[in-house]
Ligand binder design. Structure first.
Ligand SMILES: Nc1ncnc2c1ncn2[C@@H]1O[C@H](COP(=O)(O)OP(=O)(O)OP(=O)(O)O)[C@@H](O)[C@H]1O
Ligand SMILES: [Mg+2]
Length: 276
């Protein structure tokens, strides 16, 4: 399913210039065929297997019967204490780890991820321009002027000046670096973004700016997000719905207002009390 959707997107994108189509999004995804969901996670169990000398090694289950969906255009929060399995779930959605049981169904192009540490998506040895251009080079569909045009367009979308293109990641501020890694995630025009603690390393003022940018990009590029955070206040500001995870299980989910105003689970109450 995922691969087919990706392939069709790629074909449409590659023929769009030939047909003189200005907007690839318009050509690829007319609104009337848009699926109401971007993602379904169905009863997923999964974890890690330590390599064994004999057989498949020891299995450590991290996720237990995880079941939820994300609707088109929505920002879904995922909260829970450290080590509970949030990043493991992100890796499964991205296809970097396989569930032992259950299903993960994508209704959009392959999602992209924004990490807490922008260096995870940027090569410290190269300029920002190089890092942003690289996925397009690997993709192999665009000539150099088109790649440069796309890189500049994306840089403008994340509201960075052109000088940033020529800097190495270490020469930028933390907030600028995170804007670049958002641009890197968006350069292949995904429709669904997983953000794993994207503002946790930033101070409060810069956090607010990046959250505003994520909101604006949702509108401009018609994105949906899974937004992972320890910080319940940040999730309250940004998200439409929220999943509360405890020890690899979703113990509560609902709209942010429902869950924050009327938490059902003791664990959610504790998390909210700790965030006061
Ligand atoms: N590559 C791996 N191999 C084996 N075990 C792992 C691996 N990555 C994570 N784990 C284990 O899986 C469990 C969940 O980790 P995970 O990183 O998903 O938690 P998290 O909720 O993202 O935590 P944090 O909020 O600190 O980022 C932990 O017990 C962790 O030790
Ligand atoms: Mg994590």
């Amino acid at each position: 399913m995922n691969d087919n959707v990706d392939r069709i997107d790629d074909i449409v994108e590659s023929i769009a210039p030939v047909l003189g189509m200005e907007s690839i999004e318009k050509a690829a995804e007319p609104p009337e065929v848009q699926h109401p969901l971007v993602l379904e996670v169905k009863h997923v169990n999964g974890g890690y297997r330590t390599p064994g000398l004999i057989g498949r090694g020891k299995y450590h289950q991290v996720l237990f019967d995880v079941d939820f969906n994300i609707r088109h255009g929505e920002i879904m929060g995922l909260v829970g204490e450290s080590g509970t399995g949030k990043s493991t779930l992100a890796k499964m959605i991205l296809g970097m780890e396989k569930p032992e049981q259950g299903q993960i169904i994508h209704y959009t192009k392959r999602p992209q991820i924004i990490f807490q540490d922008p260096y995870s998506s940027l090569n410290p040895a190269y300029s920002v321009e190089w890092s942003l251009e690289e996925p397009l080079r690997v993709f192999g569909k665009y000539d150099e002027p088109e790649r440069k045009r796309r890189v500049r367009e994306m840089l403008a979308r994340v509201e960075l000046p052109e000088e940033c293109l020529y800097a190495k990641p270490s020469e930028l501020s933390g907030g600028q670096r995170q804007r670049v890694s958002i641009a890197a995630a968006l350069i292949r025009r995904p429709r669904f973004i997983i953000a794993d603690e994207p503002v946790s390393a930033l101070d409060v003022t810069i956090q607010a700016q990046i959250l505003q940018l994520l909101r604006d990009l949702r509108e401009e590029l018609d994105l949906s997000y899974l937004f992972i955070s320890h910080d319940l206040n940040v999730v309250y500001q940004l998200c439409d719905r929220v999943l509360v995870m405890k020890k690899g299980r979703i113990v509560e989910q609902g709209t942010v207002d429902e869950v924050y105003d009327h938490p059902k689970e003791e664990y959610t109450k504790q998390l909210l009390a700790a965030a006061q």
